[in-house]
Design a protein around this ligand. Structure first.
Ligand code: HEM
Length: 170
């Protein structure tokens, strides 16, 4: 949260992502997708996946939502630290589980696995920076992982042909 002239402002990016997420949830709840010919998310496709993919997707979606809260809420407080540790656990789960998933490139790792390596290195670096009160380094590490990891990797998973695309559109 940015403090300006005594007033607290939520960063624009967080506000936009949060509003988009709210819009999607509200649209699904009121049945908007069905009214324009789309169907409900095919959760059966997710249920049919191996446990490693279910764990990966579950942890990723939780990390995305919690990440938005962490960006918007005051920093350095006890709730920030507690939720921050929970976010670290979710992100570790996302990155470690992804090491067992090879669906895009036959049985071999694909370029997306570079992101898993990036997260597994940057995550402890970001935590160590926070513990040493290196605020800027901590902020850069966590923001980079959220934008690069969650937003970009997350958006790629909704590309045609991939599982999340089929869950929403298939
Ligand atoms: C909202 C965020 C995310 C969602 C919904 C998501 C979802 C998925 C799904 C459904 C798969 C397997 C099926 C497919 O390829 O379509 C997958 C694979 C993968 N994900 Fe994610 N993911 C997210 C974030 C991340 C992040 C942050 C990382 C890196 C730390 C990551 C790394 C990977 C990797 C390496 C694979 C395997 C790609 C391959 O088969 O070569 N994902 N993800």
């Amino acid at each position: 949260m940015i403090v300006e002239g005594g007033k607290r402002r939520i960063p624009r990016l967080v506000l936009s992502l949060g509003l988009m997420a709210l819009f999607v949830v509200a649209a699904v709840l009121i049945g908007l997708p069905q009214s324009i010919g789309l169907h409900r998310p095919r959760l059966d496709l997710l249920a049919a996946q191996p446990l490693k993919i279910q764990i990966h997707v579950g942890a990723a979606l939780l990390a995305f939502c919690l990440g938005l809260v962490l960006f918007a809420a005051p920093k350095g407080t006890l709730p920030h630290r507690t939720l921050g540790w929970i976010w670290v656990i979710f992100m570790t789960t996302v990155a470690v589980s992804s090491l067992f998933i090879t669906s895009l490139n036959g049985n071999a790792y694909s370029w997306i696995h570079m992101l898993s390596g990036y997260v597994l290195i940057t995550l402890p670096a970001g935590v160590i920076a926070a513990r040493r009160h290196r605020v800027l380094m901590h902020q850069r590490a966590m923001t980079g992982m959220f934008l690069g990891g969650m937003v970009i990797a997350g958006a790629f998973t909704f590309f045609p042909g991939r599982l999340m695309w089929r869950v929403i559109m298939g």
